[in-house]
Structure formats: C-alpha cells, structure tokens
Ligand binder design. Structure first.
Ligand code: FES
Length: 173
C-alpha cells in the first residue's frame, strides 16, 4: 500500500481518531475525578493522586480540565506536578522497579546499584524505558533491611541485589 493509497489514508484517519478518543476519555475521567474531590480541603493533591492511580500518570492534556474545576491556574498545577517527584508525566512501564535508598541499603551498596540500574536501563528515576518495559523509582525502606540492598519489581522484593543480579532480573523480564 503506497502513501497515496486511499486505504493508507483511511488507516491513518482511524489511527488518529482512536488516539483522539482515548485522549478524550482520559480528559473526561480526570475531570470527573476532580469534580468528585473538589470539596476536599487542599483538593489538588488528592485529585492528582487519584488520577495517577487510575491512569498510571498525569497526562498534560488533563491539566486544563482540572484547573477549571479547582479554579486554579494551569501553571499552579504544573508547578505542583513537577515539585512532587512521585507524580509521573509519562505512562508507567509494564514493570516498576523500586530501588531502596534508605540507610541500611545505602550502607550495603545501593548507591552503586542505583547508578548501575540507571546506566543499564538508560533512564533516571521517575522515567520509563523507551520500549515501555520498565519504570524506575526510589523507595525509602522495603522492610527488608537485613537483606540489603533490596529492590522491588512490581510487588516482589528481591534481596542482596548486586549489579549482576539486577541484570539477571531485567533479562528475566
Ligand atoms: S533500608 Fe532498604 S530495605 Fe530497609
């Protein structure tokens, strides 16, 4: 099928339309969440948490709707999103890797492990790999201090994680 082929043009239209519909759904849902929590004192943080819990991140497109409902400026909302690192502006990866940065893990080499993880995945904390497979997040104690350094991938905690063991876990997917 060449780019001029009508089927190609239609396929492009359908694709664009689907993306548009998904985005609209997200905007509507985020606005509904804001309306549901608008009476809460300091509503912005609970609204942002609820949106992230549901969508896995806070798309830039939902900000104008939230701003309108909460009677805030877009700049105020973007300011809060960028201030709190736990808010994501990109979709979460299929798996989220949490690296413990608390005292016991630091004493056992978690800084080196963190540097290795960032270099081998090619991302920083709060980012997602280009293929969407992994996100990387810091965490402050996983309750596994006796087996430091610890990481958690999705809900599973891994103990005494060396850079080689980290690579094995990533290869295992
Ligand atoms: S300090 Fe890392 S698990 Fe407790």
């Amino acid at each position: 099928m060449t780019p001029d082929d009508p089927r190609h043009v239609n396929a492009q239209r359908i694709e664009t339309h689907e993306i548009h519909v998904i985005t609209d759904d997200r905007i509507s849902r985020a606005t509904e969440i804001a309306i549901g929590l608008v009476d809460k004192p300091g509503a912005l943080l609970p609204v942002l948490h609820a949106i992230q819990d549901e969508l896995s991140y806070i798309p830039a497109e939902v900000v104008p709707g939230i701003a309108k409902v909460l009677n805030l400026s877009r700049a105020e909302i973007h300011g809060v999103i960028s201030f709190y690192h736990l808010f994501r502006t990109q979709p979460a990866g299929e798996k989220t890797i949490f690296i413990c940065r608390a005292e016991s893990c630091q004493a056992m080499g978690s800084r080196e492990l963190e540097a290795h993880a960032k270099a081998s995945l090619g991302i920083d904390f709060h980012e997602t790999t280009a293929d969407g497979a992994f996100s990387l997040e810091p965490v402050y104690c996983l309750g596994n201090c006796a087996c430091s350094p610890a990481i958690m991938i999705n809900e599973r905690v891994h103990s005494r994680v060396t850079p080689d063991y980290f690579d094995e876990l990533i290869r295992a997917g």
